[in-house]
Design a protein around this ligand. Structure first.
Ligand code: SPQ
Length: 746
């Protein structure tokens, strides 16, 4: 058999000219020559040995000393000379007949290059596309040319108002052909960003090493320099000439960022001088988290690039039974509230059992952004140095709360009473969820709340408003809306009263009381009055019944199972899942019932049982609202028909949980029919297949559990958000006998 030759791409330009064949220019030329996108790659370099070597190493097809002859017939001219040489080069180029050639560059500061180009090019400016690849290596010269240098590195293009879109698209295309991750931004923004993230650190590294070196003639102190010094000053080994050029070229932006840094440094100096440990701890904890945050962002990007898709797939093997003794992570709702109320309290609140999932961490980060010093989380322990009801500070920018509806809705109430403006944004799923339900009653209280189209995020809350208390009857059973209004009520004149159509989780009311704040509860009515204060306390977060629910169903549907779930919160506003499973014939017992920090807790023992279909009582719906995805799996395994009504709220969670569960169950061969406010499921055999998590943690976990009764593997797409509420879900599954794992690792 003869192998078919690999198809060569069709060239998209005739002649590429690269001026300056150092590491960057040489790598650009070599990469594009190998890509087959240019019919000819011509180099220009003043150094004769470099010219010779460039041809010998296959970096270019030919190399010229003279710019004018090289540029004849060029389609694209890449300027890869040192930044301070750029001005002169542009002036020479402007004197040549460049025809329709596109001119682009790789200079690491852009304002000065653009200024020079404007002076010389005037009529040819539309064909100029300024650029900057953020890549490099310790090596230099044409011999270091590496066709893969830009792969998975950022390249920033800074088009001008007059830049021809076709020219921009061409330069963009060439960089992408080299595997670069191309972004576009304004010239000014580029210089600001680079001054802060690259130029300032280099200045500090050079400056620190020089300052220490000057202090001690024989450099004695460097003998004691440990890892920290070495890490911090590694970049002081960079090329002094190149950096001298960069600082002169990006003078204005560097001075601005340096001045800001100087005042931050002065504040740190003052804190050390005054022995202000609180201030120091605040800066250090915020910095540490910020660093972890950006490392994660960078790591994720590399991971996504490597996998070539943003899809975390769970592969669940069919069958099995469940046994053992486990403790699922801390309650998500209580974890959120512990950070919020701990931050608003006076004194230091210690939290144990905090859920280290992305949603609760988003709330934690929001309060750090608003100036609260929070230590941890460290194995579920968090220490919050409360600032009091009026001690929050304006965050430096928009607050990003990821996938978390609880963060956005509860925070909106609390922020309505602050003296500063805040914008909150979220991920794609959260950006589709309705926020009018909190924005409208807050407006009635006098808050100024701006939403995106159709009342969706982002939310901007204008500070400094005088809030007045509200007597509000909720149009839907929602603990988030109730909590939002009670939190706003802390800042409103008068008594804020909320009446709910059906009982919903009451963690906010309980925890406020735990912090010494009076909240009246009378059946469906909860009310509070502004003017009190919160006093720091200790909080022990019980295990989350919403996470335990996956294992309650798992052990119920897998014959021969026997599982103990330790220390689960059994607040009566959350136990609908236990009631529903028991009505279906589930075998669940509550052992060792006790109260911890105002919340009832028990160990739940669950054994395999023959489930039967039921009509789910509507009054249980709000008490099991987050558990329905996995309850649908229980229904699919039950004998007979299960009918759910009155659950339209499920359609506005992280996904439309009625529709996406119905779609997945049908794929697995289950007979079911979604209705506007619920679903009808006929129990029967479950097959294998490919289903989708739709970025919704509870959907991904529910289908993982379904595999216990499946006859073939279940492949679940889009599972990354399991980390929002249950980061160790897969590990606990493995511990009790559920065979589900990330596909790549399974
Ligand atoms: O925080 P988020 O994304 O809204 O989380 C969910 C979940 O499934 O984890 C809802 F999708 O839980 C909500 C819950 O549904 C958490 C919550 C709370 O902590 O107050 C209340 C419920 O929402 P709602 O809209 O019924 O008030």
């Amino acid at each position: 058999m003869v192998n078919a030759p690999t198809p060569q791409p069709t060239p998209i330009i005739n002649r590429l000219v690269v001026v300056g064949l150092g590491l960057i220019g040489g790598s650009f030329a070599k990469g594009l020559r190998e890509s087959g996108l240019c019919r000819e790659v011509v180099g220009v370099d003043l150094d004769a040995p470099s010219r010779k070597q460039a041809v010998a190493l296959g970096v270019v097809d030919r190399c010229e000393e003279d710019l004018a002859s090289a540029c004849i017939g060029a389609d694209v001219i890449q300027l890869a000379v040192p930044i301070l040489a750029m001005e002169k080069l542009l002036a020479v180029l402007a004197g040549l007949d460049l025809g329709n050639a596109i001119v682009t560059d790789v200079g690491s500061a852009k304002c000065n290059v653009v200024r020079a180009a404007r002076e010389v090019f005037s009529s040819n400016l539309p064909r100029f596309v300024p650029g900057h690849p953020i890549a490099g290596s310790e090596q230099s010269g044409v011999e270091a040319s590496n066709a893969a240098l830009f792969r998975r590195h950022k390249v920033i293009l800074t088009p001008l108002a007059e830049t021809d879109p076709a020219a921009l698209a061409m330069v963009d295309r060439l960089w992408r052909a080299l595997g670069a991750d191309v972004e576009h931004m304004t010239v000014e923004r580029h210089d600001e960003v680079l001054a802060a993230t690259s130029h300032l650190p280099h200045l500090l590294a050079f400056g620190l090493v020089d300052s220490l070196a000057k202090r001690n003639e024989n450099l004695e102190i460097f003998r004691y320099a440990a890892g920290g010094f070495r890490d911090f000053t590694r970049i002081a080994g960079s090329d002094p000439i190149m950096w001298h050029d960069i600082f002169l070229a990006n003078r204005e932006a560097v001075l601005r960022t340096l001045d800001t840094f100087r005042s931050d440094l002065d504040a740190l100096r003052d804190a050390v001088d005054a022995g202000d440990g609180h201030q120091l701890l605040g800066v250090f904890t915020r910095a540490r988290v910020a660093r972890e945050h950006f490392s994660k962002i960078l790591a994720r990007r590399a991971y996504v690039d490597a996998m070539n898709a943003n899809d975390l797939i769970f592969l669940a093997q069919p069958g099995g039974r469940v046994s053992g003794r486990i403790r699922v992570p801390g309650d998500k709702s209580i974890s959120h509230r512990s950070i919020m109320l701990g931050s608003l309290a006076e004194g230091t609140t210690e939290v144990e059992g905090f859920l280290e999932g992305e949603d609760a961490l988003a709330t934690l980060q929001a309060f750090r952004d608003m100036g609260v010093v929070i230590e941890g989380p460290n194995h579920g322990k968090v220490t919050i140095h409360g600032v009091g009801l009026h001690g929050l500070k304006a965050p430096p920018g928009p607050i990003y709360v990821g996938n978390s509806g609880t963060s956005m809705r509860l925070l909106s109430g609390l922020l309505a009473g602050q003296p500063f403006d805040v914008t909150m944004t979220g991920d794609a799923s959260l950006s589709k969820r309705p926020m009018g339900r909190v924005a409208n009653p807050l407006r009635e209280m006098g808050a100024v709340v701006e939403t995106g189209a159709d009342g969706r995020p982002p939310l901007t809350i204008r500070g400094g408003q005088k809030l007045k208390a509200l007597n509000y009857t909720l149009p839907m059973a929602s603990a988030q809306v109730k909590s939002c209004l009670l939190l706003a009520g802390l800042y409103a004149e008068g008594v804020t009263t909320v009446t709910e159509p059906a009982p919903t989780r009451d963690h906010t009311e309980r925890m406020l009381r735990g912090f010494g704040y009076a909240v009246e509860s009378n059946g469906p009515v909860a009310s509070l009055q502004a003017g009190g204060k919160l006093t720091a306390t200790r909080i022990e977060v019980p295990a989350d019944i919403s996470s335990a629910a996956f294992f309650l169903v798992a052990a119920s549907i897998a014959e021969g199972s026997d599982l103990l779930l330790e220390h689960v919160g059994i607040n009566p506003t959350r136990t609908g899942v236990i009631d529903i499973l028991r009505l279906m014939g589930g075998d669940i017992t509550l052992e060792n019932q006790r109260e911890v920090g105002g919340e009832p807790v028990a160990d739940l023992r669950v054994r395999g049982a023959k489930l039967k279909g039921i009509e789910i009582p509507e009054e249980l719906v709000p008490l099991a609202i987050d558990e329905f995805p996995v309850l649908f799996v229980a229904a699919a395994c039950a004998e007979g028909r299960t009918i759910l009504r009155g659950a339209e709220e499920l359609r506005v969670k992280e996904s439309d949980r009625i529709q996406v569960m119905a779609d997945g169950l049908v794929t697995l061969g289950v007979k079911c029919e979604p209705t506007p406010d619920g679903i009808i499921i006929d129990g029967g055999p479950i097959g294998g297949g490919e289903v989708h998590g739709h970025g919704d943690h509870r959907i991904a976990m529910a289908f993982s559990i379904a595999s216990l009764r499946a006859t073939a593997p279940v492949r679940i797409h889009d599972c990354a958000n399991v980390a929002t509420s249950f980061p160790n879900f897969l590990a606990l599954c493995a511990e009790v006998g559920i065979r589900v794992a990330e596909e790549a690792k399974s």
